[in-house]
Each structure stands twice: as C-alpha cells, then as structure tokens.
Design a binder for this molecule. Structure first.
Ligand SMILES: Cc1ncc(COP(=O)(O)O)c(C=O)c1O
Length: 407
C-alpha cells in the first residue's frame, strides 16, 4: 500500500540509495563473522584513557563553555591546530580557511550543496569513494571518470576529460578508498598543472594521509597547488578544497573532520552548515583539540601505522597462500584498504551471500564505480582485524572462490 508520505517525497530522493556498506555492516556485525567489509579503524587502539582524562580536563577547565552553543566555523584553537598542521605541509593558510565539519563526510556533502546543479559534470576516478557519490547523487551530477592504475589517477589523457566542461574534479591522492593506491608526485604535479591551466577546481579528499607505512609522505594536492600558483604568480591556494578528519588518527565516533578552502568557499559552507546542524558538538571539538594537541599523538599515529602495516602484510601473505591463480591485488603503502581483482568469471556480488554463510565479509566492488565497471572486484579492509583472523578470513574466501571457479 502506498502511504501518503511516499507520494510526497521530493524527486531527488529517487537518486538516493542506502549505502551498500552500511547495510552490509548490519549483517556482518555479528561477532563470529570475520569482516573485511567496513572502513573501521582498529578499535583496540582508540585512546580510551587519554580521552577520559581529556574529557575531565575539558569539563574542569571550560565546563559551561564546552557545553554551550558555539560558532558554526568551529572551536578556534582546534581550527588553529589544523591550520598549523597544514602549514607544515606547505599550505600558507590561517584558521579562517578552515571549517570544522561533522566528519569529513559533511564537508563532501557541503561541496555537493554549494556546487552541483543537475547535469553538472563532475570528474572522479573510475573507482571512487562511495560516500562522495552518496552525498552528490541527489543533486543529479553526471560523472566523467578517469582511469587509475597502481600509481593512482592516470594523468596521460586527463586533458581530454578536463576539456569536457567539468565543474570540479574529485581525487583521493593518498591510500585511496577503495583502491589503496596513491598518486605519484609526477602525477600530482601534472594534475595541478592541468587544473590551473583549465581553471577547474579540485576537491582533495585525504582522510588517510598520515597513515603511511614506509617512506616520506608526498606533498598534498593543496600544497602543490599553492606552490604552482606562487611560481606562476596566480592567487594562492585558489584551486583546491581539501578535506580531512580525526576519524582515522583519533576515533571516528568523535565525528570531527574539516574542510580547508579559500575564505569565500568557507563562507558558503558555513551557510550550508547553519542549515544542516548549526555547528559541530562543542564538547567534542574541545575534546578533539585536547587529544590532537597532546604530546603523545605522534607516537599514537606511529603505533597505528605499525599495527596496520602488520595487518596489511598478513593479508598480502594470505592472498599468496590461498587465492586462486589469476587473482590480483593492490599493495597499499598506508591506509585501511586494498583492492582485489578475482579471475574473470567470478562475480563478487553473487559470491557475497556465500561468503556470509562462510562467516567472512567484504565489499563487492561494483558500487564504487560511478559509471559501472567489472563485477569481479572487491574491497578488503585490513585495519580492523588481527593477523590470525585475517589469515583465516582470507583462507575462507580463497576456498569459496576456488569452489566457484570449479563450477
Ligand atoms: C575517502 C573518504 N572520505 C571521507 C570519509 C569520511 O570520513 P569521516 O566522515 O569519518 O571523516 C571516509 C570514511 O571512511 C573516506 O574513506
């Protein structure tokens, strides 16, 4: 029966879909399922004791202020901390270039609200972050997609794509979700060059940049853009909106992320935020500031890197031991995910219910392609499971996939 509500939904709801991943989490949250599905950080590393102390300090020192409404832009010391961190990366910005958001997801939502008209062409990687698509689809964009390889977004024929009247480009340069790959410095520079040449702005989504396993981090797209503009005597940092978050270095439950952008964009995002939720939780922002500015944070991030690297290695070894011939995978140098391509003829969506029967879960690759793609891919998370369970989970997957190939 059609209810009166159903007749009244706005047209844009037809373009809204439940996230496959969030639906899947409901099935796979049972304790006996080995889940490589969610994008969960390792909960055992959350700074519980430090959070208790910080919460007490916030209430003791700031009490009523921390429980009161605050400005939409966010808690100033927190904005200062983020600005200082970005300055270390070569971005000449102040707190006025920063908006604190409810996770970086909200910053992506605001990008959709303030930029996308129906039919606008948005350039993304051919496989991209599902949450961005979910945020933007209601506004009815068309996606123009650029291919990727193990070095991230391929820039060779990007110029042809950029010429197609693109509203903005959206890129995940570090430890891509879902691919796990990162863009080389050369490609980053080429991207910036083209973006500036054709005046097409960039959204740089970087929740995982600090979780690098080996070597030195590469400069952000925003920092390279600033460098480029300085060299070419154009306006500073004009071309990039950068989003990031405390979700992966502190805790996602805090829901504290941010956008770094030119002030005229921050102003528009503030207007969007006033309509959405007025501000982020004052208390959570005070808490996030105490945690972020604590002297143990660098050590904490090192621990996360070390643990995730061990888990990645466990997963790679298990692939070698248990996956059928013809299976390929990415080797991420950071972050939470990797991307597996099964032999031709395997359908990861079709296999999913069988995997759940075997009590192991992953995310089928199909939803990550805005314009469709092969159905033999899957995203696996390695951060949330210990090495023994990773091995057992991959073994179960391997057995199941081999069986399906025998048919
Ligand atoms: C690429 C990417 N962007 C944004 C987000 C949103 O994260 P949050 O809202 O927790 O900051 C995620 C979460 O996993 C992500 O993977």
């Amino acid at each position: 029966m059609t209810t009166p509500w159903e007749l009244r939904f706005a047209n844009r709801t037809q373009r809204m879909k439940s996230s496959f991943i969030r639906e899947l989490l409901k099935v796979t949250n049972q304790p006996d399922v080995i889940s490589f599905g969610g994008g969960f950080p390792a909960a055992e590393l959350f700074p519980i004791e430090e959070s208790k102390k910080a919460a007490e300090k916030v209430l003791d020192l700031y009490g009523r202020k921390a429980l009161q409404y605050t400005t939409t832009e966010g808690y100033d010391p927190l904005r200062e901390w983020i600005a200082e961190d970005a300055r270390k990366d070569g971005l000449n910005i102040t707190k006025d270039n920063i908006l604190i958001t409810t996770g970086s997801q909200q910053a992506l939502d605001f990008v959709g609200r303030i930029f996308i008209n129906q039919g606008d062409r948005v350039l993304t990687e051919a496989t991209t972050y599902l949450g961005a698509l979910q945020a933007w689809n209601p506004y009815g964009p068309t996606y123009v997609t650029a291919e990727t390889d193990e070095n991230g977004l391929i820039t060779d024929n990007l110029e042809d794509l950029i010429r197609q009247n693109i509203k903005f480009m959206y890129v995940l340069p570090n430890f891509h979700n879902p691919l796990g790959v990162s863009m080389t410095l050369e490609r980053r520079k080429r991207l910036i060059e083209l973006a500036n040449q054709y005046s097409v702005p960039l959204i740089e989504d970087d929740p995982y940049g600090k979780l690098i396993f080996e070597g030195e981090p590469l400069p952000s797209i925003a920092a390279l853009d600033a460098q480029y503009q300085q060299k070419n005597d154009t306006e500073f940092g004009r071309n990039v909106i950068r989003t990031s978050t405390f979700s992966k270095i502190l805790a996602p439950g805090l829901r504290i992320g941010w956008a770094i952008a030119p002030q005229e964009i921050i102003k528009r995002m503030v207007q969007a935020k006033q309509g959405a939720d007025l501000q982020c939780s004052t208390f959570d922002q005070y808490l996030a500031y105490e945690l972020a500015s604590a002297d143990w944070l660098p050590e904490h991030i090192s621990t996360i890197r070390r643990v995730y690297k061990e888990r990645r290695d466990a997963m790679l070894q298990a692939f070698k031991d248990f996956m059928p011939e013809g299976t390929t995978w990415t080797v991420p140098n950071g972050g939470l995910f990797l991307w597996l391509r099964l032999p031709e003829g395997c359908d990861s969506l079709e296999l999913f219910p069988k995997a759940v029967e075997e009590k192991v879960a992953y995310v089928p690759g199909t939803p990550f392609y805005p314009n469709g793609g092969p159905n033999n891919t899957m995203r696996l998370n390695f951060s949330a499971t210990n090495p023994e369970k990773i091995r057992e989970g991959v073994r179960r997957l391997g057995v199941m996939i081999k069986k399906s190939l025998e048919k």
